[in-house]
Design a protein around this ligand. Structure first.
Ligand code: ADP
Length: 444
């Protein structure tokens, strides 16, 4: 429309058309200015709304801690600060809009007014005003008035599009910025599937650092298929990290980890994680039904298979007792279940997978003795004929393990069976004695 009308106006009277079209370069300059000025402000606004959302999610996600610590006022203040920042950034962006959009309208109006005044003068005095020359007929003038309005209105609307464009650009830059972060852990070009391993796990001089400090420092150990290895040691010694390396949540910096002689970095990640089950301390549950959480990752499992796994994990009984059984929603992160129930659900989930190897980060949370016994039984079933790494806190687990590795400062400092280590009277023996004493004192 704009192009057609401009051509028509120029064809009818190029001189008056120049007056009408004078607004176009001015609009262009204004738009360029706006685009340049608003871009960083939109980017700042998007970032600010991201911060606000993170803040809110944190406050709501940690609602229990907030309530129990009585820090509502503190959280309110923090949300207010983030909220006010968002308000300020939005206002900064809007202030430009308040100049730009009316500016475009104004230029459109001026273009029409100029056409009207110059053309009107020209027609009334029958003399070309200013530097113009030639004739103007009434018909041409009326056509100009009608058309010039149709010409500038869509041009003024360009401001809408430009504004939306800048907004979308700022948003998409954030999205694509996230998408384009390269994944550090990915399949090698020549990665092959792990196949069906018997579960022989070897660490061969494995070292790893999250940052500068080595967290795992030349660990060499071997666990034959079907055996249970307990990892014990002080907090922060690197036990969890050692297990995460097996799952390739991180890659070793040097050395190797092998399953049945195949390096974990040489096999496809999918096939590796199909064979290694991981039950962490803070078993994560999604907002959904018990069934959905149970079948997570084993989506094709039938109801019977689910129930069987749940029975093996001693979870079937309590799930049945929920108001809607397997179809009960467990709430966000499983808030409607007790700690022990959440754990048994996670164990049942691990049982559904046909893992050759399982990694258990045993919970230290104080579950009641009945639940503890139930978890113990389900653990025993899960680990029966699978190679198991267990970050052990319970004495019973450690004692029953086929081998125990004491981890200190990222190194294996003691290894052997429970009895052997007790005899060696090292750190393990003193840890054990301290714990058994505690229990005796508690029992008294
Ligand atoms: P453990 O399981 O024996 O308690 P971890 O393996 O969790 O120990 O942690 C070992 C060390 O690595 C700790 O000093 C911890 O602070 C550090 N660490 C753990 N996870 C990370 C991480 N994601 N980024 C940086 N450092 C980490």
């Amino acid at each position: 429309m704009v192009g057609g009308i401009a051509a028509l106006l120029i064809w009818m009277n190029p001189q008056l058309a120049a007056v009408t079209l004078l607004a176009v370069p001015l609009m262009w300059v204004l738009t360029r200015w706006f685009m340049r000025a608003v871009e960083p402000r939109y980017a700042a606004q998007r970032e600010s709304v991201g911060d606000l959302n993170t803040r809110l999610e944190n406050s709501l996600g940690g609602i229990e801690l907030v309530k129990t610590s009585g820090t509502e006022a503190f959280e309110t203040e923090r949300v207010s600060v983030a909220s006010y920042d968002y308000f300020r950034k939005t206002m900064a962006m809007l202030r430009l809009n308040y100049v730009y959009r009316p500016g475009m309208e104004l230029l459109a109006g001026l273009s029409f007014a100029a056409t009207f005044l110059v053309g009107g003068w020209w027609l009334a005095t029958d003399e070309a005003p200013l530097i113009l020359s030639g004739d103007l007929t009434t018909g041409t003038f009326v056509t100009f008035l009608l058309l010039s309005q149709r010409f500038v209105t869509p041009l003024a609307e360009v401001s809408n599009i430009v504004d939306q464009y800048e907004n979308a650009k700022a948003s998409s830059e954030r999205v694509f910025g996230l998408v384009s972060i390269p994944a550090h852990i990915s399949d090698r070009e020549d990665a092959r599937p792990l196949g069906d391993p018997s579960g022989h796990v070897e660490y061969d001089g494995a070292s790893f650092a999250y940052e500068e400090e080595p967290v795992i420092d030349g660990v060499t150990l071997s666990v034959p298929p079907g055996e249970t290895a307990a990892l014990v040691g002080p907090t922060g010694a690197g036990k969890s990290t050692l297990c995460k390396l097996l799952l390739r949540l991180y890659d070793v910096d040097s050395g190797a980890i092998r399953i049945d002689g195949q390096g974990v970095r040489e096999v496809t990640i999918d096939s590796l994680r199909e064979q290694v089950g991981y039950v962490s301390q803070g078993s994560y549950l999604f907002d959904g039904t018990a069934r959905e959480n149970l079948a997570y990752g084993a989506f094709e499992a039938t109801d019977e298979e689910l129930a069987e796994a749940a029975r093996a994990a001693e979870a079937h009984e309590f799930i049945e007792k929920l108001p809607e059984g397997y179809d009960t929603r467990v709430g966000e992160r499983g808030v409607k279940l007790s700690g022990g129930q959440r754990q048994r659900l996670a164990l049942a989930r691990a049982m559904l997978g046909e893992f050759a190897i399982v990694v258990l980060d045993e919970a230290t949370s104080a579950v009641d003795t009945e639940t503890e016994a139930a978890i113990q039984r389900s653990l025993a079933r899960l680990t029966e004929d699978r190679t198991t790494f267990v970050i052990a806190h319970r004495l019973s687990t450690v004692r029953e393990a086929d081998r125990v590795f004491v981890i200190e400062g990222g190194q294996v400092t003691e290894r052997g069976t429970h009895e052997e280590l007790l005899e060696a009277s090292g750190l393990y023996a003193s840890l054990w004695n301290a714990q058994t004493n505690e229990i005796e004192v508690g029992a008294r």
